[in-house]
Structure formats: C-alpha cells, structure tokens
Design a protein around this ligand. Structure first.
Ligand code: NAD
Length: 287
C-alpha cells in the first residue's frame, strides 16, 4: 500500500506547535513577531499566495502587514519600501513575493533585504550559511520537504536522493539539506542525460521542475519516497486543475510513499515561512 504524505496534516501540526511557541515567545519578550509581505503587480497566483501567507501569519499569532504596489512600480520605489521595512523594529521578517515584474531587478531586491529578516532564505549570506551547514533561515519549500521526508522515513542516512531541478529556490537548497541529512545526493536538470535511469535509482525522489506530470511511474524505483514540488495549472476535461511534476496515479502504483498536488508541499511551504518568521524574531531579540 502506498502511503500518502499528507502535507495538510503535517503542516497543521507544525502550525499548531508554532502557535504555542509564539505565545511563549510573546510572554517572554513582550514582542509580537512581525511579518511584512510585499506584492508588486496583479499576478493572480501571487495574490493567492500572499493572501494565504498573511492569513497564516495572523493565525500563528504574528503581527502581519501586506504592502501592495502597482505593476509599473520602479526600482527606487521598491528599494525604498524594503529599506523602510529593514529599519522597522516591529518587522522581523520580510517577504517580497517573486516573480517581480520584468522592469525590476530581482537579485538587487534579494540582496537589499536585511539578511536577518530574509524569511525566504534567498539572501546570499543565508545561501552561504546553508551551504556550510550554519543556516538559521532556510528556504521554506525545501524545509517543508525535509519535514515531510523525516516524518515519513525517520533517519535519511545513506539513502540515494535524486533532486530533479536546480533552481535557487527549490532544487539547490533541497540538495544542500539532503546532503546535510547524510543522503547521497544527485541533482538532475534540463541539460542532464539519462534522467529516467537516474531517477530509477532514487530511494528519495524530489521533483521540482514545473512540467506537468513529467515523471512517469516507470521512472520510479519500487518502494521509493516521492516528493512532488511542482504546481502546474492544466486544462483537463474542460476544467482548470492543478497537477504536480509527477504523474500521480501511475507513480502511486510503484512508490512506497508520495505527496499529492495539491495538499502536499504547498501547505508545508507556508508553515515553514511562519517557522522562519519566529526564528528571525528570536534572533533579532537576542542580537
Ligand atoms: P524553475 O523554473 O526556477 O526551475 C526548474 C528547474 O527544472 C530548472 O533547474 C531546470 O533545469 C529543471 N528542468 C526544466 N525542464 C527540465 C526537464 N525537462 N528535465 C529535467 N529538469 C528540467 O522552477 P522552480 O521555482 O524550482 O519551481 C519548480 C516547480 O515547483 C514549479 O512547478 C513551481 O510552481 C513549483 N513550486 C512549488 C512550491 C510549493 O510551495 N509547492 C514552491 C516553489 C515552487
């Protein structure tokens, strides 16, 4: 029987614990952790993500603010907002929703956010800390995947993990975390040869590609644990649906455990953003 890795259930437990930790933090320091979320433009998917993030932050007991800027915002204006949030002591975490409209320079914004408030974990200082095993603020999606894997498998030592995708926000930090957990890690990407054969060797397969149902059942080693990060909107039977990067029904015939889309990695990502906000607040209070 294939185990369904239920991201809704696992994330609910994370959020529940977080609400307890947040209460204790507020009681101890008299400070409410603050999260500022910045959205530039009207992208419908980004609007949904931002709304959910603000809602979860409030549910966790944080002080949360939403900053919406028009799609034609210039670099100087966005930089000024980030600087203002950097200097605001009631804000412990800053999240600028990506992608940004094309006139804006994403790397410049990522570098401008104060590293100690960078709850996405994308600032070069936090990326470097992750690579050397010293990170406090870890990118939320890979952190969520690790919680799911550890919940499902316990100790990951010695397992062969294959990560499909090498983006800065998922693939690369995912590989770093798996390495830290003593896995043997292979990363494949759009220029890799023999992806199918490499996937078939995986005890743990993490798909972060952005191609609907690319990974077929025949690519999966029997009994493997599959984490599907992909979120792809497709038309099926005249309806708009979300599917992952893994062909779920085929894969669940072969895998030992698999995360669904939706209801898998998505809710974990938001829960981990909240974890990072509390971590950031704790670090800033004790600095
Ligand atoms: P990205 O486009 O930045 O990176 C995709 C990666 O896939 C690249 O490294 C590329 O080399 C690789 N790739 C592309 N085509 C490939 C192919 N044919 N074979 C092998 N590798 C290939 O995407 P991303 O930001 O890493 O996101 C990946 C997916 O995860 C997207 O569907 C995205 O929506 C989703 N995502 C979900 C969450 C969540 O919370 N669940 C968070 C972030 C991203």
């Amino acid at each position: 029987m294939t185990l369904l890795i239920d991201g809704k259930k696992i994330s609910a437990a994370v959020v529940e614990q977080l609400a307890i930790d947040t209460k204790a933090f507020i009681a101890e320091f008299g400070v409410t952790p603050g999260l500022a979320v910045v959205l530039v433009g009207e992208d419908p998917a980004s609007q949904v993500y931002v709304r959910n993030k603000v809602k979860q932050a409030t549910a966790a007991g944080f002080h949360s603010t939403e900053h919406r800027l028009p799609a034609d915002t210039g670099q100087a204006e966005l930089n000024a907002l980030v600087e203002q949030l950097n200097n605001d002591p009631s804000v412990h975490g800053i999240l600028v929703q990506l992608p940004l409209p094309e006139q804006l320079n994403e790397p410049e914004i990522i570098r401008l956010i104060a590293a100690e408030k960078d709850v996405d974990g994308f600032h070069p200082l936090n990326v470097g800390a992750l690579a050397s095993g010293m990170a406090e603020l870890i990118p939320c999606t890979p952190m969520g995947c690790m919680i799911m894997l550890e919940k499902t498998l316990g100790d990951l030592t010695g397992k062969h993990a294959v990560v499909v995708g090498r983006s800065n926000i998922v693939g690369k930090p995912m590989a770093a975390l798996l390495l830290q957990a003593n896995c043997t890690v292979t990363v494949v990407h759009s220029r890799s040869a023999d992806i199918e054969a490499i996937c078939r060797q995986a005890d743990i397969l993490v798909a972060a590609v952005g191609r609907p149902e690319m990974i077929r059942g025949s690519w999966i080693k029997p009994g493997a644990t599959v984490i599907d990060v992909g979120i792809n909107a497709v038309e099926k039977d005249g309806k708009r649906r979300l599917v992952g990067d893994v062909a779920f029904s085929e894969a669940s015939e072969v895998a030992g455990a698999i995360s669904p889309v939706p209801g898998g990695v998505g809710p974990m990502t938001i829960a981990c953003l909240m974890k990072n906000t509390l971590t950031a607040a704790r670090q800033q209070i004790s600095a």
